[in-house]
Design a protein around this ligand. Structure first.
Ligand code: ZN
Length: 178
């Protein structure tokens, strides 16, 4: 299984709006498996295709371990996910992002969302997500629209984070392929 490279801030691709997937075929399923493997290894609880540089509306997530460390894996594959409705009730949770390593901040979002998507067989599904899953799905769907969780912070804090990562990127020599 190929592990994919995760792109990080300030990579401009993170701001792209991803394109819908037209057909859920074996290529898409193989890509889903590679994304899941990459996410587990990182480790993270959610990953959007654009985070591995692919601007397509594809998300994988698994929040099982976040809620119970001994839980078995419970991966979800979401193609063309969209939020149909959000609860009025909002909740603040600490978020992080594999594309913004080692930075965490509180973000306020709706506590529950109803999400429609295609599963890995191309079948249309709808779920009512609550808790960590709701936060995770909103965070990942934002990625498909070029939005990052730091966009919810004050401009001052967001600029600080972007500056820090831009400086780091300049100091780190370009990756050499071995
Ligand atoms: Zn993220």
């Amino acid at each position: 299984m190929t592990k994919l490279d995760i792109i990080t801030l300030p990579d401009k691709k993170l701001r792209l709006v991803s394109d819908p997937v037209e057909t859920v075929d074996d290529d898409v399923r193989r890509f889903l498996d590679e994304m899941l493997e990459t996410m587990y290894e990182a480790p993270g609880i959610g990953l959007a295709a654009i985070q591995v540089g692919v601007p397509r509306r594809i998300v994988v997530c698994d929040v099982a371990k976040r809620e119970d460390e001994d839980a078995d894996p419970d991966p979800m594959f979401l193609i063309n996910p969209e939020i149909l409705s959000s609860s009025d009730e909002r909740v603040v949770r600490e978020e992080g992002c594999l594309s913004i390593p080692d930075y965490f901040a509180d973000v306020e979002r709706p506590d529950e969302v109803r999400v429609r998507y295609l599963d890995r067989d191309g079948k249309r599904q709808e779920i009512d997500a609550k808790g960590v899953l709701a936060t995770c799905l909103q965070h990942e769907i934002d990625h498909l629209n070029g939005k990052l969780f730091i966009d919810y912070l004050s401009k001052l804090r967001r600029d600080m984070v972007i500056r820090k990562f831009t400086k780091q990127a300049k100091q780190t020599p370009a990756k050499t392929t071995v």
